[in-house]
Design a protein around this ligand. Sequence first.
Ligand SMILES: [Fe+2]
Ligand SMILES: [Fe+2]
Length: 583
Amino acid sequence: MAHQKRAGNSEQIPFPPPAASVSRRGFLTGAGAASLAAAAVPLSATRAARGASPATPDGTPEQIHLTWGDDPSRVVVVSWASAAQAVNPRVHFGGDCSLGRTVPAVQRTYTDGLNGQTVFTYHARLEDLRPDSLHHYAVTADNDSHGADPFKATFRTAPKHRAPFRWTSYGDLATPVTAWVLSYPQSRYAVEAVERFQPLFHLLNGDLCYANLNPAAQPAVWADFGNNNQTSAAFRPWMPCVGNHEIEFNNGAQGFTSYLTRYTLPDNQTPFPGRWYSFRVGSALFISLSADDVIYQDGGAFVGGPAPLTPAASTGNQAIEPGTSLYINGYSGGAQTRWLERTLREAREDDDIDWIIVQMHQDALSSSRTGNGSDLGIREAWLPLFDRYGVDLVLCGHDHDYERSWPVRGCNHDVGQDAVTGAVVDTRQPSPVATAPAADGTFDTTHGTIHLILGGGGTSAPLDVYGVDAANDSAQAKIFTRANRPVAGGTAGTFIRLGADALEDAIWSAQRDTGTGYGIAVFDLDPGERGGKTSITINYYHAPGADKVPTPDYQLFETVVLAKARRGRRDDGHDHDDERDHG
Ligand SMILES: [Fe+2]
Ligand SMILES: [Fe+2]
């Protein structure tokens, strides 16, 4: 078994056969779709194929997407938006096409605090579903212009107990509509890539659409994002986390109102619903975090000047002066970290949980030179908890590239340096516990946490140039160790935010994709046998050439296998093994 393939392997390796059957021919047909050229995709092309937006705004569902409920084996939430208020919005659903059950949707609206547009969203919670089963649903309303033949799709619920399953992940998706800042047609191919792999669900690691870089048109950017995603997110849950570009002026205390209104996410039972959460699928616990709460970097909404940002008069909001940024470090007052520790501790006390996977946007271990780099805030607040409770994998975005760390545990002190003065800085340099796979080609994450940067969704700004220490030619990372609040820029009345302030040798960096900033990670979890090992096989596919020309061609870059002893006693009657719930 070749567990770890060489990076940049030129061998054309076909996509592995997905769990559900999509033939390679089907994949290639989809991949070769010539209609999605490199040129800007017009707005209409990102709408649902049937043309969601009618001439007169009505209740026609668009931006349809699924998320897991609190128990992914039993509850799935269908969410959508419509151009005008929907009348009697609802979902019909069932185990077959007869769609025998109906659930009304809850309406949630907000008015964008910059351009004054009111956004109508709808959320229907489908409960008491059968685990590990295909379900059919239709989304409609009394004023749905397609009411005679409403939007229909299918999804699969999660297995209740230990079972094999697949998920995929990337962050930093943007939209295919190049009129928007940071949008790029690769965003369309990235959504298609998820469908080719047919995962049970997808993790979207923050910086969803960069609406906050298009402040006069935030709701329109979100709509283009939602309609682009619908091709996949209506057929399998897309579980997001908040990134710095979800922080918007005048949209709630942390600027998350656009995000929070559109998504219904598992309850964290704190005063901060939707910002962070966890869910369990089979033998894996997934934890989604809001890293802006703990990081030093100031990366949210910002007015660089010289002109102020002036909201539409209808909002009644004041002009936002140059040099203003919405910096939300510490917003939860420690509530998120307390929740995280409790959640991790409970997971470690549960013998049915073999794997703990964390999703967040910003990076504790990134050595991108053209990107943001690492953040000491995560290293201080959360890495000690990941160590104590044995987090296996951390999936991030933020830097638009691919980087994989060795398994790390603990840290080295006082080995960093100030980027300007060279003075010693304690960057808490993560310490690798292995710099090669074990003899069997696998990594045992019992001994250390592997961090993956998966920021290659679909933005126009790949950041796949990495730091090198000129003195010794080894990998070098930059690290934020203090807040980079706005300072005066080069011209009068302008402001900038400086980059990371410290440097360290990236002794923890195992792999960096210098070929392209775009890709998708595919994870296949094998629960293994009782008393044996369980594994997660990671296949990272990148899109060579996408840095210059958008491409549907995703090729295998590397394969990494994590393997560890499965938990639970050999003769433990409570170990559910591979038993399936047919309830
Ligand atoms: Fe980003
Ligand atoms: Fe980001």
